[in-house]
Design a binder for this molecule. Sequence first.
Ligand SMILES: Nc1ncnc2c1ncn2[C@@H]1O[C@H](COP(=O)(O)OP(=O)(O)OP(=O)(O)O)[C@@H](O)[C@H]1O
Ligand SMILES: [Mg+2]
Length: 430
Amino acid sequence: MAAPKRSTKRLQILPGGKGSPSPGVAVRTRGVDPEPKSLVFDAGSYEVLFENASDAILVIDLNTGSITSANNAALELTGYLREEIVSKSAEQLFLSSETGMGHSQSLGWAHVESNGFFEDVVLRAKDGYPRYVSLSSKTLALGDSRVAMCILRDVGEKKNMERDLITKHTELREAYVDLEKANAELKAMQETLVQSGKLAALGELAAGIAHELNQPLTAIKGFAQEARSAASSPKGCDTAYVGSCLGEVVQGADKMEKIISHLRNFTRKSTEDFAWVDVHAVIEESLVMLDKQLSARGIKVERGFDATLPKVWCNPFQLEQVFINLATNARDAIEAKASGSGRITIETRAEGDDLVEIRFADDGCGIPDSVKAKIFNPFFTTKEVGKGMGLGLSISYGILSRINASILVESGADRGTTFTIKLPVDYRKH
Ligand SMILES: Nc1ncnc2c1ncn2[C@@H]1O[C@H](COP(=O)(O)OP(=O)(O)OP(=O)(O)O)[C@@H](O)[C@H]1O
Ligand SMILES: [Mg+2]
């Protein structure tokens, strides 16, 4: 079906003037006609235009304050009949903050008397409810009277949308506050978890720690006895020898102090210990804790350290906790394997200037595919009751994700396992 032809004529409204046959508005068509024709409206036509305007129009006599004319749209907007609204005091229609009905959005009457455009003016409709309108008012002289022509547009829909938006915004804010609260609670729980993980690791490593402390203690005891017998020798006191023995005693005590202070720092509940950290030194510290346990099982540790590795901004004690967890898991995996060598390989590599990669591999029993997806879940363990709590990896994951680091696992049954950590040099910039 052919589309209907569009007219090429356009309507143009011209102000009436000297050239017009009568005062008023001349309408002429323009387009295909070579000679423009003019149409002239009489007063009745203007009334039709006034009555059928889509915006509400009120004419108010400013001397008496009463409404003199209202078009159909104004009757529809206010709910009044024509005979009710004409002669009605405009002040009763336009709410002010004083008359209010609980609404103080506008001083409509004041707007009526001034020329301009005003948003959010409130009208009191016949049903007593407010109507939100925009008001364009113009004062002019008409014969002896001064009148205000008010063009009103219903903005109730817009207002409702605004109100909905405000409600939604409030709901969103409340949800955000709840979320923040939940987040803070989660963080506190995470801290508790990290703390219990530390204590659990310490409990397990107690034997290794005792061994670490025992070494300097044995040396201290030996050198102290040596110094005592040298000092009370019947041949006289060899002060130089006694001095060197006491030097050894002091050295041993220093070593013990270092271990104890390290343990104290490790167990301290603190998240503020951030510093530029030498990752290799942290790996070594964690291996010191595990040394006895690994050597007792014939597990060798191989290092492939990148000498150019930059320092990393982190909490060294939490990083140490991650390495202890990984090494403990590697130990268990090797022990769980029926036979073969026991080897843990730790490699580091600088990846550009901003990332450090740490690979932690073992040749243990490996992780079957069915288990791999769950290993970072809290309380997931394949170890027998009393051996594992299933917290090591979930705590490690939490610690690493807080410094924007990632941890990935590659493994398969009887293939050994490799954990790869990517650590930003300065997580505050990532
Ligand atoms: N290197 C690994 N080789 C084989 N399996 C591993 C290895 N690391 C982790 N797993 C598997 O992941 C599970 C979860 O490890 P995770 O460290 O979270 O808990 P856990 O070692 O069982 O207990 P916890 O660490 O609390 O003492 C382990 O039970 C084990 O099945
Ligand atoms: Mg573990």
